[in-house]
Design a protein around this ligand. Structure first.
Ligand SMILES: *Cc1c(COP(=O)(O)O)cnc(C)c1O
Length: 399
């Protein structure tokens, strides 16, 4: 393969070709084109105004109920709306049975919010490698790694080196592409490890026809401003287990036992409720999700075709088993160094096409410096090679 570091071609050449390719798909950019912008083209204003007109702006209201129903239909599971995706993950981890002192298998190549709530409960992230095909956790590599470092004691999985229990595996569906869930769920079952899906980027994504978020034991969604559906800020906990769903509702709403006037709380819990005002925005957004996904698929097709002819650059296409929501388009600069990558990013951003590297690997962030980690050859390469290019649904128009 002719990589970017081939002596006869420089990163600058490739950057110039990429600018041309991006322009051929989304047009010229007299002003900065953002990586991902929200779109308010439906009934957002009407629903938000309704909250203000009726006074139902805060932590209960009909739009909260409605968004939970809509999300439940979309994910074929039960959904509990909450204040953001990070809080949703925090509750997911508690309900997955992760205890202080446990280890949690988690990709190093993910957004920092996947990892932070592991620390909130005093557990320890244990970083694992990623697959170049999905950008998500590599089941094959994890299988071999657990054989090497783990053992079952009374049916529970332990890290032989640290003597700590490995209680959960967190799987992030990166940029909307589904991770290889069948292989990961099978592997986790063999080791009696609970699977949590970080589906923050994957609302509307399907894996072999099944909605992302409905496959593991429990999952988190995010409706931050940069996601495919936004509530301003918000998130949801999703699970097909009705008992866990009820626990999620209880824990996110101060553990108040239902009563007309009594303050009766039966455990330490959280105020992680999504305000009705935010839910109203989200309901209007969700009404147009199918349309957004269709336009994003078209945009991804356009990029795929335009980038195909650039030697040394590959579009990160969703694997066959994944019907992606195409949240963020990504490509790899094959064989790139960090410096090569930054040259390409400078050229794209100078041309007003906002582009970004993938995240700094989580195991190298200071708060994770002492956390255990598997060998991470693929994640380390992807960190140098993967960049995102403008991906808003409004950048494409359906025929
Ligand atoms: C956005 C995101 C989160 C966190 O969601 P917030 O709503 O911003 O708290 C978690 N994980 C991933 C992979 C994300 O992209």
């Amino acid at each position: 393969m002719v990589g970017i570091s081939n002596e006869t071609r420089t990163a600058a050449d490739i950057g110039v070709q990429l600018v041309t390719a991006v322009e051929s798909v989304i047009g010229p950019a007299p002003n900065l084109i953002a990586l991902h912008e929200p779109e308010f083209a439906g009934r957002e204003w009407e629903y938000v105004k309704d909250c203000i007109d009726t006074g139902w702006v805060s932590s209960v209201g009909s739009y909260v109920d409605r968004i939970e129903v809509m999300l439940g239909e979309l994910t074929q599971a039960k959904a509990v709306a909450c204040v953001n995706g990070t809080a949703a993950l925090h509750i997911c981890y508690k309900l997955a049975g992760i205890a202080a002192g446990d280890e949690v298998l988690v990709p190093s190549l993910t957004f920092v919010a996947t990892v932070n709530p592991i620390h909130y409960i005093g557990a320890i992230p244990h970083f694992v490698d990623s697959s170049p095909a999905t950008l998500g956790v590599d089941a094959g590599a994890l299988d071999a790694y657990l054989d090497e470092i783990a053992e079952l004691r009374d049916g529970r999985c332990f890290n032989r080196a640290t003597n700590r229990q490995i209680s959960a595996l967190v799987v992030t569906h990166i940029f909307g592409h589904a991770a290889d869930m069948d292989a990961l769920v099978e592997l986790a079952a063999r080791w009696n490890i609970t699977v949590v899906e970080d589906a923050a980027e994957a609302l509307g994504t399907r894996y072999k026809g099944r909605p992302a978020g409905s496959i593991g034991t429990i999952a988190a969604l995010s409706f931050n401003g940069n996601k495919i559906v936004t509530t301003g800020g918000g998130g949801a906990i999703v699970t097909t287990d009705p008992v866990l769903a009820q626990r999620a509702k209880h824990l996110t709403t101060t553990a108040k036992r239902p009563h007309r006037w009594r303050f009766d709380h039966d455990e330490v819990a959280y105020n992680y409720r999504m305000p009705n005002l935010n839910a109203a925005l989200g309901c209007a957004q969700l009404e147009r999700l199918d349309d957004a996904i269709a336009r994003k698929a078209l945009l991804a097709e356009g990029y795929l075709a335009a980038i195909a002819s650039i030697e040394g650059v590959s579009f990160v296409d969703a694997p066959n088993f994944s019907q992606s929501n195409h949240w963020l388009n990504a490509l790899t600069l094959d064989g790139a160094t960090m410096d090569d990558r930054d040259v390409v990013l400078d050229l794209l951003n100078d041309a007003n096409y906002m582009s970004r590297p993938i995240w700094t690997l989580c195991h190298r962030l200071p708060m994770n410096a002492s956390a255990p980690a598997a060998p991470l050859p693929v994640a380390t390469r992807l960190e140098r090679e993967v960049i995102n290019i403008p991906s808003s649904a409004q950048l494409s128009v359906l025929p």
